[in-house]
Unconditional design. Structure first.
Ligand code: PSU
Ligand code: MN
Length: 311
């Protein structure tokens, strides 16, 4: 790795050097996934959840052409308020560096940077996937492809039904990405605890998940892993309520010709507005819940004898 490729925050550098647990966090959720000021409050409270478990949070973003791994309070604040910031998936990263851009990093880009930094566990809300109608548009998120070739475990709350969930699970299977549901037999649908699709695997403890990550490495799979953690019961939304809002958002995107990388941010914004904040409250609760689980997995991984972990 180029020695000065990454700007590691001091506490992140110290934790990585000491082998103590670190959890990566993405920043497109801050720049394109939630409105200000909820985006900033969420980013802060998610970092606190990770600290409360004894792990170090590393929010990843690009600021003026530098890759940041761990943001200071002022950097986080500025990113949350910034307008016109780029949304960078992993393929956009090199251009962002050349052009000196600031960017929110998507799941794919955050995974790429986490892997470069040596961080193996990453928490977010929802990952991208196969969009409804992908048989015509071919709109399949780069997140799924990054999961197939970058060894970082991503804790999410499943995928939103803005996506075609069965097709998303098929693409993950084709690309040999392990998909594990935590404490449930069902694959969760972000706002709802169940999508109607069965999860491929169920694991019930952070220790078992950490051991699965270690085995996946030892087997030379070189893939990530998707860990689906259902939204807490108390914060879940009723499918009837959220499904009609999502259907309305998709119809609005169709009517306005919104496609490609603008589509997911458009749908998220529309859902936030049309649900009058209820979806945002659920979103915040589930990201915090995912951060807690990710920190417990990173802690279990850090305790494993290094002989069981691939170099
Ligand atoms: N889904 C959400 N919230 C998000 C995103 C997706 O519920 O914030 C963001 C993530 O950063 C994800 C990206 O990696 O959108 C996927 O974008 P696309 O569908 O354009 O690949
Ligand atoms: Mn897309």
């Amino acid at each position: 790795m180029t020695p000065d490729l990454l700007d590691l925050a001091p506490e992140v550098a110290a934790a990585l050097a000491a082998g103590t647990p670190v959890v990566a966090l993405e920043s497109t959720i801050i720049t394109h996934g939630m409105p200000y000021p909820e985006n900033l409050e969420t980013a802060r409270s998610v970092e606190e959840e990770i600290r409360a478990q004894g792990a170090v949070p590393a929010t990843i973003a690009v600021l003026e052409g530098r890759i940041k791994v761990g943001l200071g309070a002022e950097e986080l604040d500025a990113l949350a308020r910034a307008e016109g910031v780029v949304k960078a998936s992993s393929r956009d990263l090199a251009v962002a560096l050349v052009r000196g851009q600031s960017a929110g990093t998507t799941v794919s880009c955050t995974m790429r940077v986490a892997a470069l930094a040596g961080i193996r566990v990453f928490a977010t809300g929802g990952v991208g996937g196969v969009h409804r109608g992908a048989e015509d548009t071919f709109d399949i998120s780069a997140d799924l492809l990054e999961l197939s070739c970058t060894p970082v475990a991503v804790v999410c709350a499943g995928v939103k039904s803005i996506l075609d969930i069965p097709k998303t699970l098929e693409v993950l299977e084709t690309h040999r990405v392990p998909v594990v549901a935590y404490g449930t037999d069902e694959f969760p649908a972000f706002f709802a605890r169940s999508s109607g699709a069965k999860a491929d695997h169920r694991l019930d403890s952070p220790e078992e998940i950490a051991a699965t990550i270690a085995w996946n490495d030892t087997l030379g799979m070189n893939t990530g892993m998707l860990i689906a953690n259902p939204v807490p019961e108390a914060d879940a939304l009723s499918p009837a309520e959220i499904d009609s809002i999502i259907d309305g958002a998709i119809a609005a995107a169709d009517a306005q010709g919104i496609t490609r990388k603008a589509l997911t941010p458009f749908l998220l914004d529309r859902i936030n507005t049309d649900s009058e904040g209820r979806s945002l409250a659920a979103n915040i609760a589930l990201v915090r819940n995912n951060a807690r689980l990710a920190a417990r997995i990173a802690t279990a991984l850090a305790k494993m004898p290094s002989s069981t972990l691939a170099a």
